[in-house]
Design a protein around this ligand. Sequence first.
Ligand code: ADP
Ligand code: MG
Length: 291
Amino acid sequence: ATPTAIMVGTGLGAKRGVLFKNAMALETAARLDTVVMDKTGTLTKGEPEVTDVIADGIDEARLLALTAAVERESEHPLAQAIVAEADRRGVSTLRADGFDSVPGHGAVATVDGHRVLVGNRRLMARENIQLDGLAARREELANGGRTAVIVAVDGRASGLVAMADAPRETAAAAVAGLRRLGAEVVMLTGDNEATARRIASLLGVTTVIADVLPGDKSTKVAELQAEGRRVAMVGDGVNDAPALAQADVGVAIGAGTDVAIETADVVLMRSDPLDVPAAIQIGRGTLRKMR
Ligand code: ADP
Ligand code: MG
């Protein structure tokens, strides 16, 4: 790469808020054939909102109060959505003791003398809790693109709290743009398969890797690389950082966590998914000027 071509490419990127941290990133971006995108906070806004509270054998307000008490101790975006909904409805505030978060699964605490678990099916399976009648409702919500967390009280599944996280406005256009550039788009998420597939189909993404534990995202990227692909990883979260480091090019959403931004090779200051195909085009333009 001639220093001039690199300077021009870096400058073009900077003008639209695409920060290339090094010359290598600019060159590698030109040669990508696979773009792995995190779902929550990358393809979606990452601002889930509660859409349904389903109580089974317990008062709805009581269910939400117990759930919110646990989630007030958690920093997970789903937890924040649940707390916001409890506050909005003004359900009585309870305090949680002995809070414990289980990454990729959910959270647990004691509230008002009851052991309350909030999380996904994996968490319930670990604790030998049957979903019974709630299983079908959860599946229905997931097929509609919602993330439903299960709430168990004293070992019994007592309800669901479903949340919706809207896609970013330009996510579908970004996926289409990447396709036109000849790159395959892969969705990589810790969320469940049905929810992920629904969002993916709305956005035109055909390859989905779901139910991935926080520590396993980088392994999934490495597996794609082992197939001989040149892989970009686009993400925003703390749990995306190892995958950003593993990828040939790590791309962080500017609105994301500091760890993601520090680890990435490219930062999208406008947090706009359309800047992913733009980064590839800038890279290709730079390469052409070098020949
Ligand atoms: P993601 O943020 O992509 O969903 P995570 O690995 O953080 O990935 O979480 C995976 C799943 O674990 C979530 O979709 C949710 O079902 C469950 N989970 C994790 N933390 C919590 C929590 N604090 N409350 C409820 N569910 C949780
Ligand atoms: Mg995310």
